[in-house]
Design a protein around this ligand. Sequence first.
Ligand code: EPU
Length: 464
Amino acid sequence: MNDARQHDDANERGSAQNHGASVGLTADKITIRGGIPLVGRIEVKGAKNLVTKAMVAALLGETPSVLKDVPNISDVRIVRGLLEVHGVKVTEGDEPGTLVLDPVDVESAHFAAIDAHAGSSRIPILFCGPLLHRLGEAFIPDLGGCRIGDRPIDFHLEVLRKFGAVVEKQPNGIRMSAPNGLKGAKLELPYPSVGATEQVLLTAVRAEGLTELKGAAIEPEIMDLINILQKMGAIITVDTDRVIRIEGVARLVGYNHRALFDRNEAASWAAAALATDGDIFVGGARQAEMITFLNVFRKVGGAFDICDDGIRFYHPGGDLKPVIIETGVHPGFMTDWQQPLVIALTKAHGTSIVHETVYEQRFGFVDALVEMGATIQIHKECLGGHTCRFGQRNFNHSAVITGPTKLRGADIIVPDLRGGFSHLIAALSAEGTSTVSNVGIISRGYENFIGKLRLLGADFDLEG
Ligand code: EPU
């Protein structure tokens, strides 16, 4: 395996039961009787894609950090486990959903303890910079995460090398060392990768001298990570045109932070409200980080009310309308939003196009929808107006959805996290009964989704 193409060999389906079990979901299969509008109020906590990185940032502090609004999801459990094997003491704080992360006794972990986390998540790659600063070495197991493309880590390894890390590929992962310490560098990403930008931030804050990163990702979760690092003592400037400058400092302290809400979870419940003719109040959701989603939601025919404590998403009646969506980096339409929203598009009157430009293989979930009666064709060409980096590369990355179609219940198997939530919505909005298997994966990113479905009036039984 060459290091530019290193990705997980873990069988996502095989590990699904473990994902659910670690957060108290014992069933792996749900039988859903569809056709009931989801109505009610649910709350979202901190964003999976911020909280997990914030937990890693705690490694950089000389004193304990306090993170609030941490959701009980299996990705958080995995990162917690990996921190604990490196000597970080993680305890629950007084307020529910609060973690106290004490890195004072950070130590090198045994290979077996680290390897136990192989294939479970993509977050371990972000341990590199903090561990190199703290211990002078790091071992990163093979990564996991959703299978929605090849998901290489070449950008990560390239920037770490430029900071001065020595990277050595080994059969079960990557060993790194920093014999001469880490030094600030001039860096440019070929694509505004979220993970690689976080890698640079978590490494540069304590590297000696100045780091300049061009082509950075600027997702709200990254901005919140910058908030956290600033609280710890870092000096970070976000300039125009995706340039981030970091002045390295000699020491950082712990932070106290309430995590940014999970806009991907909020968008998923919004999509569920629209597809089921429902009405869901998502407590904790905020407008500013969802502006692009809200525009599309409205164009499809959904309605929303912005309130101080959340956003109400509902189907106001009338026909849903087709849209052309192109996913992209922030402030574009997030790739994580397209999968749940596709279910509503199967009910829209006309032809919608979804051009996926972030991941080359994020349409695996549509086979099950076609089996349920949706009319969806997947194309290799860039449809919808623009040419993306996947255009000449034979990837099935554009979907044409023709509606309206009625979905019928079926037996379906969840392929990945967001695709899985999309399958739940399909089953909830379909006529008849569906059996959705492998639902444990959904626990990677959706806290207590079973309890929330109950609150919203869904009719289902758990099995297995
Ligand atoms: N890429 C490379 N080389 C690299 C890194 C990325 O080619 O070294 C490519 C990827 O293959 C992909 C693109 O760059 O085609 C964007 O990847 P990015 O690094 O931005 O994604 P990520 O950091 O791995 C995070 C989220 C994803 C979310 C994306 C985009 C986490 C743990 N994951 O992934 O969330 O879709 O950013 O916003 O933060 C999810 O929550 O379901 C999920 C997949």
